[in-house]
Write a protein of this length. Structure first.
Length: 190
């Protein structure tokens, strides 16, 4: 490394040297921009492990794309943009996580033992049918069960489906559940 400290070396020069696997240049880049990446990631309020994943992915992406940077002097902007993208991806993934706890579909009720048994059997069949669906249909089905009048925008956001596809996905889910429940009823009755 030259006699200039990492903080005095122009960013473009550090990027060029990092492209040649200069360890000191990499360390200087990380020292210079770690706080920027960290602050962007922290601003999303991710869980600690998700924040670490996003941060590590940003640095990995820089290593993978260092030679493709159009303007090496603007690597800070590239890192900030990449950090925002990775955090939004983490947020989307967290939203797509569908509840899998069977108790999620249970509805507390009262009544005589026979009614409770019939309700429990119906809920079991619905849970089993929903379990046979793939994502995002499974999430949409659970939402339809618990919030049938949920706005399409909320369903799209929660299930990770484009807004314009929500109506079609809802129809497909209802048809598929109806078919699965009918087939199960006919099979058990045979």
């Amino acid at each position: 490394m030259s006699d200039q400290s990492g903080s005095q070396v122009p960013t473009a020069e550090l990027v060029k040297r990092a492209q040649r696997n200069d360890t000191e240049a990499w360390e200087s880049l990380i020292d210079r921009y770690a706080r920027l990446v960290w602050s962007v990631v922290r601003s999303y309020g991710l869980l600690p492990h998700d924040a670490q994943d996003a941060e590590q992915t940003v640095w990995f992406n820089l290593a993978e794309n260092l030679g493709r940077l159009r303007d090496p002097e603007r690597v800070g902007g590239w890192l900030a943009t990449t950090a925002h993208y990775e955090c939004r991806k983490q947020v989307r993934l967290a939203r797509r996580t569908a509840p899998t706890d069977p108790a999620f579909l249970e509805r507390p009720g009262g009544g005589d033992p026979e009614s409770l048994h019939i309700d429990a059997e119906r809920a079991r069949r619905v849970r089993r049918a929903i379990g046979e669906l793939s994502e995002p249909d499974r999430t949409v089905a659970a939402l339809e069960l618990h919030a049938p009048r949920a706005p399409a925008a909320d369903v799209a956001d929660f299930a990770g489906v484009p807004l314009e596809r929500v109506a079609g996905v809802r129809r497909r889910v209802r048809r598929r559940l109806r078919r699965l429940l009918t087939e199960e009823y006919e099979w058990e009755g045979a």
